[in-house]
Design a protein around this ligand. Structure first.
Ligand code: GH3
Ligand code: MG
Length: 455
């Protein structure tokens, strides 16, 4: 992971120290010795994370943070406040100023690296979302990509073996999350796989259970792989924390737990999870848009081209039958010419919905282009395909098409061509070609009929 990190501190020795550690981990480091130059750098240079000291002459860290968060060009940059251990109130002020996380001085290596990596990962995801939001104009996607802080409270699973700490953590989390508490790790694993949590908190306080076992199980189950995990560990138990981070635990917090720190860490992880979910959903939706025909909602030709090959290969390999039907609306041009293009579109939509109603779930219905549709029927021999095609022909011909905008009911018919896979050797192109020739025969023989290609 590489990222550009801005270190802001008025004491040159502090800057040097952090810089050296970050450079050793291959981060690209910029430095500033006061608030004004920090703000100027963030305005002009892409920065992935700011490590911000609080006590600085002139403008202090709180003000720098507030200004960064108030400026739409810099608000998305994560800010980590570096606070003094003996000033817990600084954390509260930092959070109020919009800080995403904090580190306490003297900064320990483990903390520095785990926090920095976690926030840089979050930033990468949200950058991707912002980029998509810029290039996507679809209303549905814009809605998906809303990427302010989560307004919906997070949902958190707390796994904690002791009633007293359960209660304390629960109280601390109340303002930001709906929390389910479980004391039994195996039951918790099932719960996590069944429900939809944004975060699992594992308190490493079990008497006779290795908390890392639960963490590693959460990482290996398909359903829970992407849920962030926050480990609550004893002060000084660095060995456990290092192993946890290696296992894929996302973040940790030391006992005694500072409620403000807990809130900040949980918010970061919940935000990250929700961002990731939106990103995944948007990828899914982009894929769906790319393979769906706008007008009818059926699959489009691009999808047919790639999927037909898979279906043909599979049928061939298993020695199963497969048939396809190409159908074309008869004299469709007349509909457009008489009632207008929009009415033509209405006919196409209604036609598509009758196609959908005729075929089985396993069949693939596509708009091939214009007023031509293709239905791929796996596991279907020629005789059965002929029955399906005849049923579709009747579905179209036997009931008029109501055209709302023209206040008319049109008689519509379609011609259909059928072809079935040749087990001795066949290709998607040859199959489509034979169906197309059969369709041409149907048109030439008077339309409103089904013609099957010779086997
Ligand atoms: P045939 O029975 O021989 O198939 O006659 P036809 O009129 O259906 O065939 P032709 O290929 O001459 O005309 C097809 C028409 O379909 C022409 C084209 O403008 C129209 N068309 C293609 N795509 C769309 C569309 O998305 N919406 C509308 N309304 N019309 C379309
Ligand atoms: Mg036609």
């Amino acid at each position: 992971m590489t990222a550009r990190i801005l270190v802001v501190d008025d004491v040159p020795a502090n800057v040097k120290l952090l810089e050296a550690r970050l450079v050793a981990e291959y981060f690209d480091v910029l430095t500033a010795e006061n608030g004004h130059s920090a703000l100027a750098i963030c305005e002009t240079t892409p920065v992935d994370l700011v490590l911000l000291d609080i006590m600085m002459p002139g403008m202090d860290g709180f003000e720098v943070c507030e200004r960064l968060k108030a400026n739409s060009r810099t608000a998305h940059i994560p800010v980590v406040m570096v606070t003094a251990l003996d000033q817990p109130s600084d954390r509260v002020r930092g959070l109020k100023a919009g800080a995403d996380d904090f580190l306490t001085k003297p900064v320990n290596d483990l903390q520095l690296m785990s926090r920095v990596k976690s926030l840089v990962r979050l930033k990468n995801v949200s950058d991707e979302l912002r980029l998509r939001a810029q290039t996507t104009h679809t209303i549905g996607l814009q809605e998906l990509l809303r990427q302010d802080r989560p307004d919906e409270p997070g949902s958190v699973l707390l796994v904690d073996g002791r009633a007293s700490s359960q209660e304390r953590l629960l109280r601390a989390l109340k303002p930001i999350a709906a929390v389910s508490v479980m004391a039994e790790p195996q039951a918790a694993l099932f719960e996590a796989a069944e429900s939809d949590f944004d975060l699992v908190i594992v308190n490493a306080n079990f008497d006779d259970y290795d908390p890392l076992r639960l963490c590693s199980q959460l990482r290996s189950l398909e359903r829970t792989r992407f849920i962030p995990i926050l480990l609550v560990a004893d002060q000084g138990n660095d060995e456990l924390i290092v192993r946890a981070l290696e296992l894929g635990v996302t973040d940790y917090i030391m006992r005694p737990v500072d409620p403000n720190e807990l809130l900040a860490r949980c918010l970061t992880q919940i935000r990250r999870k929700q961002c990731n979910d939106r990103l995944r959903a948007s990828v899914q939706q982009t894929i769906e848009l790319a393979i769906t025909d706008d007008l009818t909602g059926l699959h489009n030709r691009r999808y047919l081209d790639s999927h037909l090959k898979l279906l043909v290969d599979r049928a061939m390999a298993r020695g199963r039958p497969l048939s396809i039907c190409i159908t074309d609306i008869d004299r469709f041009k007349q509909v457009n010419d008489t009632y207008g293009h929009d009415s033509g579109d209405e006919v196409l939509r209604e036609f598509a919905s009758r196609v959908r109603a005729t075929v089985r779930g396993a069949d693939l219905a596509c708009r091939f282009g214009g007023e031509e549709f293709v239905i791929v029927m796996p596991d279907t021999p020629a005789e059965m395909a002929a029955v399906v095609a005849e049923r579709l022909r009747l579905m179209v011909a036997s009931r008029g098409f109501e055209i709302a905008r023209a206040d008319a009911v049109l008689s519509v018919t379609a011609s259909l061509g059928l072809a079935s896979l040749r087990p001795e050797g066949d290709t998607p192109e040859a199959l489509l070609k034979r169906a197309d020739v059969a369709l041409y025969d149907a048109k030439n023989n008077g339309r409103n009929r089904v013609v099957a290609a010779a086997a």
